[in-house]
Design a protein. Structure first.
Length: 636
């Protein structure tokens, strides 16, 4: 049992790392000595200070209150180890270490706990005991730590999204979840206008689905716990904004090719549209003798797209066979940063080029490489967080064909590689696909030749950043994926990685499927398959799922099927699905391009805005100002 008491402070003249010697009577006015407050054998929370050095820990009192051993050092200026004190007086006083806040590890006074003065607080159960001079008087109503709402996240949230409480790690002996009996959803931060409420509800202790919310509105949510003799105050207000009402009709509002078109450039081989729907970019990897280039179009806010700068974006050191944007292309939420890979760059080592925007012009700001992997052709896939400050790029040829995923973060214009993840499975071509969640904390890596239960059935590895460190968290596969299904050929994460969309184009004779995974309620960093989608009129070789994209709010998904024979051979299509409950997705429509040419490969790549309002799709082999010049299509 750890003891604490108010206003206990003395001096110690210790040198070195041994037990603390404590001066007899307290020399500080208004303070008591350790011997006056505690008995030998008591374990006491202490803090020792001299100058800029300090040590906080738990010590055992002895010698009639004249010595205090260093039983456990919890924190110090010596990297958490015992301080090797120099000569001189130090102040030593009774303190409650931060590890014991805001919840105290207690069960019952009769079996031990934490004592503060004359109170014994059991925050786990909500009880408070008072010392009346002869014994503990219990079962008094205590205020316990309030529950904190932490979901849904951010903007573009569905109107019926679930309110959920934060994970909770309380005292030393208690971990679990907050619970709440009362919930409120308001349209103002003072909670004067309540839109939804639920009180004394024992059936929704950790989450609840509110009703009455509207589209495109900012809301404030809070919760509290009241039951019997236990209660909490209202937790702090949590803010989120619901998505604007989207009525996706599949109208083709842009069939775009660059002013400076070129035969065989294959514009649209890779496409990306910014989360805010105002900027779109398409690669033309085979332009200028395979040097490669990027083209950008801007939305005027009313759905009218134009090419503000006709000069293509190219790498500063671009050269023949670099093929900029052939496999990797990404854009951040507000369209101010583009990243594109060039596998042929740097003598075949590959590189990722970063372009930043000033006005309507993009200029190269950096070049990212993994020089230790010679000939790896970095850039099989590229993805960025919404703020453009976390970037992932892959190479399936690196590490002896095991494949790698390199993750960089940017701060003040400097990129730092945080992780180079090597696939633990050998010869699996890991990294054919990669996706970074909007918040930059989840990365999904597609491994289409991984063993998900059968040879080359495919898996997806999920990495997360916790406490500044990237960790491998989960491995996803589908039970229905057979040999050579190549599950993981395409991946896409939503804003916080709650949903991961995975393409499975080789399934069922390459008819294909796309699978939606969702985090498992009550589990830590685990995902399970929620459902899958497929085309009903599919044929062998269509490869539905070769490209996939999910909106940041998770409500809309787009799946490319570039070899779909819609009207003519391999003209291609894109299927768009919608969910109203984030559990079931139904098809809105299957989109065809207006050109609908044979072997046009419409749907070779797809991208979607944060709220699902716009879908972009490439048609790399369609006519685009020249034969196989390629096109970028945009639909709403």
């Amino acid at each position: 049992m750890v003891l604490f008491s108010e206003r206990v402070k003395q001096l110690t003249t210790i040198t070195g790392t041994g037990a603390y010697s404590i001066a007899g009577t307290s020399s500080f006015n208004g303070f008591m000595s350790f011997g006056e407050s505690f008995a030998d054998g008591d374990i006491i929370g202490y803090c020792v200070v001299m100058g800029a050095d300090f040590e906080v820990g738990l010590g055992t009192l002895g010698g009639g209150g004249t010595t205090l051993s260093r039983t456990t050092v919890l924190s110090s200026t010596n990297s958490g180890q015992a301080v090797d004190w120099a000569a001189g007086n130090k102040e030593i006083f009774c303190d409650v270490p931060a590890a014991f806040f805001p919840t105290f590890s207690a069960v019952d006074p009769s079996s031990g706990g934490v004592f503060i003065g004359k109170e014994h607080i059991n925050v786990v159960s909500g009880q408070r005991f008072i010392w009346d001079g002869s014994g503990w008087v219990g079962n008094q109503r205590a205020i316990i730590e309030p529950p904190v709402v932490t979901a849904p996240t951010g903007t573009d949230v569905q109107v019926n999204a679930v309110l959920a409480l934060a994970a909770y790690a309380g005292g030393v002996n208690f971990t679990g979840s907050h619970t709440a009996t009362d919930w409120e959803l308001a349209s103002d931060e003072n909670f004067s206008t309540i839109v939804f409420s639920s009180y004394a509800d024992a059936s929704n202790l950790v989450s609840i689905t509110p009703t009455g919310a509207s589209s495109g509105t900012t809301y404030y949510a809070r919760a509290r716990f009241i039951a019997g003799d236990f209660r909490s105050n209202w937790g702090r207000g949590y803010t989120f904004t619901t998505a604007e009402a989207i009525d996706f009709q599949g109208n083709e509002i842009g069939a775009l090719w660059p002013f400076l078109s070129q035969s065989g450039a294959q514009v649209g081989k890779r496409v990306a549209i910014s989360g805010d729907g105002l900027t779109a970019v398409a690669s033309a990897p085979y332009r200028d003798s395979n040097k490669g280039a990027l083209f950008v179009w801007i939305n005027d806010g009313a759905g009218n797209w134009s090419e503000p700068v006709v000069t293509p974006i190219t790498a500063v050191d671009g050269s023949t066979e670099h093929k900029l944007g052939e496999f990797g292309l990404a854009i951040n939420h507000d369209g101010t940063r583009i990243a594109a890979s060039a596998k042929g760059s740097t003598g075949g080592d590959g590189a990722v080029y970063v372009f930043d925007r000033v006005g309507d012009t993009f200029s190269q700001s950096d070049k990212l490489v993994t020089a230790e992997y010679s000939g790896a052709q970095l850039g099989d896939a590229v993805s960025m967080s919404d703020d453009g400050k976390t970037l992932a790029a892959t190479s399936y040829m690196a590490a002896g064909m095991d494949g790698i995923c390199a993750i960089w973060t940017e701060s003040s214009g400097t990129w730092t590689r945080d992780l180079t993840w090597v696939c633990p499975e050998a010869d699996t071509y890991a990294g054919v696909a990669v996706s970074v969640s909007g918040d930059g904390l989840i990365v999904a890596v597609g491994v289409p030749y991984g063993n998900g239960g059968a040879s080359a059935s495919g898996v997806v590895y999920v990495l997360s950043k916790r406490g500044g460190t990237w960790l491998q968290e989960d491995v996803l596969n589908s039970a229905i994926s057979g040999a050579d299904s190549h599950f993981g050929s395409a991946v896409s994460c939503n804003s916080d990685g709650e949903f991961i969309l995975v393409g499975n184009p080789g399934y069922d004779g390459s008819r294909g499927r796309a699978h939606i995974f969702k985090t498992v309620a009550g589990a830590f960093m685990a995902w399970a398959e929620e459902t899958y989608v497929e085309m009903t009129a599919r044929a062998a070789g269509d490869m539905f799922g070769e490209s996939v994209a999910i909106s940041r709010n998770g409500a809309y998904i787009a799946v490319g099927c570039e070899f779909d024979d819609v009207g003519t051979t391999d003209s291609g299509s894109v299927a768009v699905y919608e969910s109203s409950d984030l559990s079931n997705w139904s098809i809105v429509l299957a989109i065809q391009s207006s050109a609908n040419t044979a072997n046009g490969n419409f749907g070779c790549d797809v991208s979607i805005t944060a709220n699902g309002k716009y879908v972009a799709a490439g048609a790399s082999d369609q006519y685009g100002g020249a034969s196989t010049g390629g096109r970028l299509y945009i639909f709403d």
